[in-house]
Design a protein around this ligand. Sequence first.
Ligand code: HEM
Ligand code: NAG
Length: 377
Amino acid sequence: MLRPSLLSFYILALSSIVYAKPSFHAALQDIRIQARQQDGNNNHSVVLLADLATNGDVTRSGEIIRNILQTTAPATVDNSIVYTRPDAVSKSGQGGLDSAVCRKDTCCIWSYIVPTMVTAFSENGGTRCSALARSAIRMVPEFARDGSVGSGGADGSILLSAGELQRNENRGLGNYANLILSWRDTFRLYAPGISVADLIQVGAIVATVTCPGGPRIRTFVGRPDVDDRIPPPAEHLLPNPASSASNILELFAAKTFTATDVVALVGAHTVSHQYVTEPKYAGFPQDTTAGVFDTKFYAETGGAVPPVGVYSFESDKVLSTDAVTQPMWNDYAQPGAQTKWTDAYATAYFRLSLLGVQKLNGLTDCSGVLPLSKPVP
Ligand code: HEM
Ligand SMILES: *[C@@H]1O[C@H](CO)[C@@H](O)[C@H](O)[C@H]1NC(C)=O
């Protein structure tokens, strides 16, 4: 039998291990983050957002989100993570979209919505993503309508606030906007709480992974919609093709993004087309592999003359030559950089998908409902 003094020693030793553990991990994490921040080429933002910054992570979702925001966990989920509907395992065999078991499970409704999205976002037997997929991806960075974190953001305002969608900076998004609202009307019969904010964010992530080469980005739901009586946020605070590199970096920095994040994010132009920027070249893509989420865009932007049939935005050209961003740009332009880029894209994009959401601890991880990712052909 242990003597009392020895016993209390053991308890003391044990409890100090238990208490030491989190701070030890935090210290290690700090060292890793500092090391990364000294490497300008791989310097993602680690700024915590919303309730994670004020209250810490108090739920499993909060913990996962914090780790991704601080880049100690990847923002992608691999193809082994697949959602199983509760009706598929219910003993009675009762189920379906309108069933009680489905209504009780937050991700169930999304397992019905996502295949509908995939149909809209695929083209040419799934070898390319479609014009609607491009709109879905473009709708998301229409975020930065004021200079601060915490207002605007992933709150559905682009579709819900009066007049916002009609702005010049949102030209061309009307068809997809109508599709989102029709999805909302269909699916809210089964899930009344479904938000436009979630439909926009989940739509963009589904669109991305529907493009061959696109990352499978971790997906949370539970964003509330903006109150549509609130006037829309200020206009003209998005970067535009005539913005300078430092102006672009400033606008994104105000939303917690580093230069590394920005260079990774504009890689979305690997699937874009332009219509209104230069009407003479309407319909031109920004690289030679339209509808494929590859790194060709980086290699093909910034040369003296773009390849035949390709139009490069001035804003992308200045990022490809700016002293701060050129090394990162050139990194992604190298052969073999696909995973490096899509991992960085996913990290920055994940942050984008949560901006302005106040209760990150209250979100639900539904990543398993995503379609599987496909390699670059
Ligand atoms: C420096 C910041 C950015 C600027 C100045 C910019 C500018 C533009 C412009 C001018 C267009 C074409 C509009 C037209 O002529 O029809 C466009 C399209 C697009 N952008 Fe960006 N963009 C930026 C960042 C981003 C980011 C961060 C993403 C996504 C993460 C993104 C995704 C897209 C997509 C997918 C399209 C194609 C839409 C389509 O093909 O219908 N852009 N962007
Ligand atoms: C990393 O990013 C932060 C925030 O943008 C910046 O202050 C810092 O200078 C960057 N570090 C390097 C080495 O580029």
